[in-house]
Design a protein around this ligand. Sequence first.
Ligand code: SF4
Length: 202
Amino acid sequence: MAGINLDDTVMTTRLDAVVNWARKNSLWPLPFGTACCAIEFMSMMASRYDFSRFGAEALRFSPRQSDMLLVLGTITNKQAPILRQVYAQMAEPKWVVSVGVCASSGGMYRTYATLQGIDRVVPVDVYVPGCPPRPESIIFGAMQLQKKIEKETLQGRREHIEQFYASMDRQEQLQLERGLTNHQVVREMVLAAGQNGEQKIW
Ligand code: SF4
């Protein structure tokens, strides 16, 4: 048609880019709060910091309705299989933010009872340092996650999650074979991974 400049009327993009744009601006957080870091999260969700500015105000305590897992506090070895189960039950695609030194590395709790970093049992996307991190730091972490989502491919995220499901299958199989409890199996998997120099079981 004469007189119509296609550059003014047609926009081209990639599917990954447009889907990721929607994903990064509609994150639904699930707080897995076990200690003091969860208090900072409460502040972040309230009016002063207003996390809803990022499209993430739909706070859910049901894994089925969430896609951003925020781990806020110390995680013990006994809690590790529960954390894995919560992550497994979340809607896909999904992301994990480790908030504070306790979740990221065990923090000052260098003890046999504390998990020395949640990335040993679930795939972490962003680590927020601090003890406790201020609400601004957690918001910065969420913004880093948005940047990460912007750059990733749909296929890459799918494979990332499938790798975790494969480790859940291994966990169930081991449990059947050995007749151990959930947390005993996860503990054994973490110890075996440590001996192989891998640390992570997923
Ligand atoms: S990192 Fe500090 S503030 Fe956060 S849970 Fe651990 S001890 Fe508490």
